[in-house]
Structures are given as structure tokens and as C-alpha cells.
Design a protein around this ligand. Structure first.
Ligand code: FE2
Length: 419
């Protein structure tokens, strides 16, 4: 069982050894976004397409960047239609704007949606095809064209998209998510500027931070991890566990926000090489079906999935716990892993993130499981393969109380009938 999936993972591991993962040049620190604007101008770029979302544009947060670019004589075209979970139609609209703008480069400013959308727009524009044709795991091997230089400034510490080779898009018609995976879409240069994340609301900080934590943990336990990705994932995990609670309760702490951005990018570099796992596979389905924000979906799933993975990755989880100062040396690997999982569960609770999915419907569970398995198996280096029954039991525990009670009632009724 799962022989083909295992074989595909082995082949992927071999292929990845020969794949170059570009690492963008990162400018780090408060006001580094302004320094990035200087660098763009110094590169001789005179027409720039700024890709962002409407809220961010109207908030005035980008005004210093716009002023800096204009001062250098860089003309700006703005595409600010980005919305959460960007789909193909949005990408095509962005491509149209890009064509008319005659831009020489692109600057993406925003959360994961803005960066993924910008990556997809640049790649679609360069390859003159529908974005759906660019999605898929092995397509980077095809002779795709390089797009315009892409610069990125994340305004959330979560997706790590500024350093990854992936752009996740929603296939709205099929109610699923697809990814463009290609080293050519990695941004050329990035600014990790904590000043731009200071006003991120507490709940958004919590959910995006849990996304970054999921990247770090899933990359760490992946069978495709390498010593380099392990190092990055462990550092990211430690930083996130330390700084996320402070970032949520004291959002104006500049140094904390800076550490969060660093951790998020490190986690991004780890998972772009080692991949993610079941948490993401299920979270993508919840996002596509119910529009549950990605970070929230990950936070809902993370502890339960880790419980199921533990028997096959206790040493990895224990190493994460040890590096983060959780548990003690007298504990077995299993005990220390359990401590980490309990810590993650408590963290989620302290961040006021719910532990049930209100939108989740019992009738959708088979479809969610089928699609999550299709995404994960043979693509992600999961430590062990879940059975359908295990996945069903896990999702049932996330059903809102009313449906759990309904199911108990149904169970009691059927037991009574059969008795
Ligand atoms: Fe993610």
C-alpha cells in the first residue's frame, strides 16, 4: 500500500538534489522596504508595477514606499485588486494590467495572497498561457520563461511566500487549490521590514504566525528534509514559539515583529525545499470549500495531525522541542514530542484561536479526505500515511458541537435500534 506514493517521494528527493533553489537577497530591519525602493531605482528601473490589496493601499501604509520610488523618478502603475485566495481570473486581470503598464519590474507588497498573486501574474505574463497550465509539481522541468524581476515586501509574518518557489492559487470552479511550483517565480530581492507589520490586528498576527509555525514543523518532520532545512526549521520554530505570543499581545514591539518576519522567512526557506504535510493538505481543502483563512485552517489542524504523525517522527519532534526549550533531557523522545504538541495546543488556546471548525459539515468529510490524500500522497514527505478511518476520526473531532452531538444522537439511535 502507498508503494507508488513512496516511490514518487524517492524520485522527488533525487530530483530535488539537482534542483537549484534560488534564495532572494534579503534586506532585513526597520525601513528596509525604503532601502529596497532605492535598490530598485539604482537598478535602472523606471516603470514599476505595484501589486497589493485595496485595504493596504487605502490604509496609507504604502505611501512612504510610493514617495521614495517617485522621488527616484520611478513611475508606478498599481494593481490593488488582490483578494484572499487569488484565483485564475484575478491573475489574468493582473496580466492585462501588466501588459498595458509596460512595467520593467514588479513590486509585491502584502500578505501571502499578494505575493502569490504577483508571482503568478509575472509567470503567466512571461509564458503567455492560462495560469492553470502552469500549476503542477513537475512542470518546472519544462522550458518556462523567466518573468520580469520580482521584488517582495511581506506585511504579515506567515506564508514565507517571499522566499519560496511556490504560488498557491484557487481553482474557484473546482473548489480546490493548485500551486505553481517553479524556481523561476522566486522573488529576486526581499525586504523584511517590521515597521510594515506593526499594525497587523492580533487575530491576523496569531493565524499567520501559526501558518509559519506549521511550515517549520512540517518541514522538520518531512522525509524530504535535509540537514540545512532542519537547521532553518528548528531555528524558525524556536523563534516563533518565543515571539508569537508577544507579537499578538504587544503588536507594537518592533524587535518582536522583526524576529517574527525572520522566522517566517526561515520557515519558508525550509519548506520550499522539504515540503509541507497533511496539515497543509487538509487546510487547503478547508480554504477552498469554506474560505477558511489559510493560517486559521492550519492552526485548527496542527496539533491533531501531529498526534497522528508522532509514532513515525518522535525523534524529529523531540529535537524541535529540545531546541525550543520544551520538556527536559530525562524524557523519552515520545514524551518530549507530546510536550511539544501540548505546548502548541496551549499556544493556540492562548491566542484565542478556536479548536473547532464552525463551517465544517459532516457530509463534506469524505470529499475533504479524498482531496487531501490526493494532494499529500506522493507529493509531501509525510512521516507516515494516514488511513481513511484515522483522517475521518480527526476531522470529526473538529466538527462544531452541534454536529458532534447530532452524530452522538445518531449513534445512540442506531445502537438502540440494533440492540
Ligand atoms: Fe502555509
Amino acid at each position: 500500500m502507498h508503494l507508488i506514493s513512496r516511490l514518487r517521494i524517492v524520485l522527488t528527493r533525487i530530483a530535488l538534489k539537482h534542483l537549484q533553489f534560488p534564495v532572494p537577497l534579503c534586506l532585513v530591519g526597520p525601513d528596509s522596504a525604503l532601502a529596497l525602493c532605492d535598490t530598485i531605482a539604482q537598478a535602472g528601473i523606471r516603470r514599476l508595477l505595484l501589486i497589493t490589496d485595496g485595504f493596504l493601499l487605502q490604509s496609507g501604509l504604502l505611501q512612504p514606499l510610493q514617495a521614495q520610488l517617485l522621488q527616484h523618478g520611478v513611475e508606478l502603475e498599481i494593481f490593488s485588486d488582490v483578494e484572499p485566495d487569488p484565483g485564475y481570473e484575478l491573475v489574468l486581470r493582473g496580466v492585462e494590467v501588466m501588459e498595458h503598464s509596460q512595467a520593467e519590474a514588479v513590486l509585491a507588497v502584502g500578505g501571502g495572497s499578494s505575493m502569490d498573486c504577483a508571482k503568478a501574474i509575472v509567470h503567466t505574463h512571461a509564458n503567455r498561457c492560462h495560469p492553470a497550465k502552469l500549476t503542477g509539481l513537475w512542470l518546472y522541468a519544462l522550458p518556462r520563461r523567466h518573468g520580469l524581476p520580482l521584488y517582495a515586501v511581506p506585511t504579515t509574518a506567515g506564508t514565507g511566500s517571499e522566499v519560496t518557489i511556490a504560488a498557491v492559487l484557487s481553482d474557484k470552479e473546482a473548489q480546490t487549490k493548485k500551486a505553481i511550483i517553479d524556481p523561476k517565480i522566486t522573488p529576486k530581492m526581499v525586504a523584511l521590514d517590521a515597521r510594515l507589520t506593526l499594525n497587523l490586528p492580533a487575530f491576523l498576527t496569531a493565524c499567520t504566525g501559526m501558518d509559519a509555525l506549521t511550515h517549520a514543523i512540517e518541514a522538520s518532520i518531512s522525509t524530504m528534509a535535509t540537514p540545512e532545512t532542519d537547521q532553518m526549521a528548528r531555528t524558525a520554530c524556536k523563534l516563533l514559539l518565543q515571539h508569537l505570543p508577544v507579537a499578538v499581545t504587544q503588536g507594537q514591539q518592533l524587535q518582536t515583529r522583526q524576529q517574527m518576519l525572520l522566522a517566517s522567512s526561515l520557515a519558508g526557506m525550509a519548506f520550499t525545499r522539504a515540503g509541507v504535510g497533511y496539515v497543509h493538505a487538509f487546510a487547503h481543502q478547508l480554504g477552498a470549500l469554506y474560505q477558511i483563512p489559510h493560517g486559521l485552517a492550519n492552526a485548527l489542524l496542527l496539533p491533531d495531525v501531529l498526534e497522528l504523525m508522532l509514532p513515525a517522527c518522535s525523534r524529529k519532534l523531540a529535537a524541535l522541542a529540545e531546541n525550543s526549550g520544551i520538556g527536559d533531557a530525562k524524557m523519552s523522545a515520545e514524551q518530549r514530542s507530546q510536550c511539544l504538541i501540548i505546548h502548541v495546543r496551549q499556544l493556540r488556546c492562548s491566542l484565542q484561536i478556536p479548536s473547532q471548525i464552525q463551517q465544517l459539515c459532516r457530509e463534506d468529510l469524505p470529499q475533504i479526505i479524498r482531496r487531501a490524500f490526493a494532494e499529500a500522497h506522493g507529493t509531501y514527505g509525510v512521516p507516515r500515511y494516514l488511513t481513511y478511518a484515522e483522517a475521518l476520526q480527526m476531522l470529526e473531532s473538529l466538527l462544531p458541537d452541534r454536529q458532534q452531538h447530532q452524530s452522538e444522537d445518531r449513534f445512540s439511535a442506531s445502537s438502540a435500534n440494533s440492540a
